[in-house]
Design a protein around this ligand. Structure first.
Ligand SMILES: [Zn+2]
Length: 289
């Protein structure tokens, strides 16, 4: 539900074409994607937003070469103090931004014609800053026109609830909101509050170091009866722009080869595993269905 082919953290002011060689990126990332496909995974949700490494043409080529469906997104990432927000967005209205994002949904991301499958946002810990509130309002307007789900990198539980309230004021169903990085909020009562509204909570960053933490979170969700509102991911990055051959890539298969077997050992059965990895992503990506 949340991985990255490529990330460029230079910031919105430094983003420019030609900062990396697409051929090199493909040669680094394709073997990892093929491995993922060989483990039975069909769909890869690429969460790199515009101004942070979104490259639809690269994704298409990797999709064709790997056999994976790869989904890209529209929206802006407003966390990290606004470093990844383009200058024009500060003076634009929420309506201006929604027109742009809904335009990408309708006509494709210029100049590629490739359409986004979801809205990706990022907000810092709450309360929401003015610019972050504007991004959330723009996402609400975009959702109402397109039906796309809103996946938001969210600083903490306060910011999660603030976003849900703001979306509600626009008439957006909480089921169209994914609280990305919910695992970072240590006060679990926020998880329960969010799922009670009908929102999705996403536990990202599954790796060898976080197996126990993530098994614990999923066990908690199972005990409390909200497994059907939980999404999971590795949040792995295939290629870091600016690093030698993209730097370290953990690959995308840990989830399937290591984590899910551990999860089953902890008592999460085959059907519940399927809910987490197949049914929930499908329902989350098609809100209203
Ligand atoms: Zn991420």
């Amino acid at each position: 539900m949340h991985e990255h082919v490529l990330v460029d953290i230079v910031g919105a002011n430094g983003i420019a074409p030609g900062r990396y060689d697409g051929g090199v990126v493909r040669s680094v990332v394709l073997p990892h994607l093929k491995q993922l496909r060989s483990q039975g995974c069909r769909t890869f949700v690429d969460c790199s937003p515009a101004y942070l490494g979104r490259d639809p043409e690269l994704l298409v080529r990797l999709s064709q070469a790997s056999g994976l469906n790869i989904l890209t997104n529209t929206g802006f990432y407003g966390a990290a103090g606004g470093k990844y927000i383009p200058e024009f967005a500060f003076s634009a209205t929420a309506e201006d931004l929604a027109a742009r994002w809904a335009g990408e949904f309708k006509a494709g991301i210029p100049p590629t014609g490739i359409r986004p499958a979801f809205i990706k946002l990022g907000v810092d810990p709450g309360p929401l800053s003015r610019i972050n509130s504007k991004l959330v309002s723009a996402a609400a307007l975009t959702h109402l026109r397109t039906g796309m789900v809103i996946a938001s990198h969210t600083g903490d539980g306060v910011a999660a609830m603030a976003q849900l309230n703001l979306l509600k004021s626009h008439g957006v169903s909480p089921a169209a909101f994914i609280w990305v990085h919910a695992q970072d909020e240590k006060d679990r009562s926020f998880h329960r509050k969010a799922v009670e509204t009908g929102a999705w909570i996403e536990f990202d960053g599954i790796s060898s170091e976080t197996v126990d933490q993530n098994v614990g979170l999923i066990q908690e969700a199972k005990r409390a009866g909200y497994l059907r509102r939980v999404l999971i991911s590795q949040d792995a990055v295939g290629y870091h722009v600016g690093e030698e051959r993209g730097g370290y890539c953990p690959g995308y298969t840990f989830m399937f080869s290591e984590f899910l077997p551990q999860l089953r050992k902890s008592g999460v059965d085959e059907n519940e595993t399927r809910i987490l990895t197949v049914e929930n992503p499908r329902r989350a990506l098609t809100p209203g269905n």
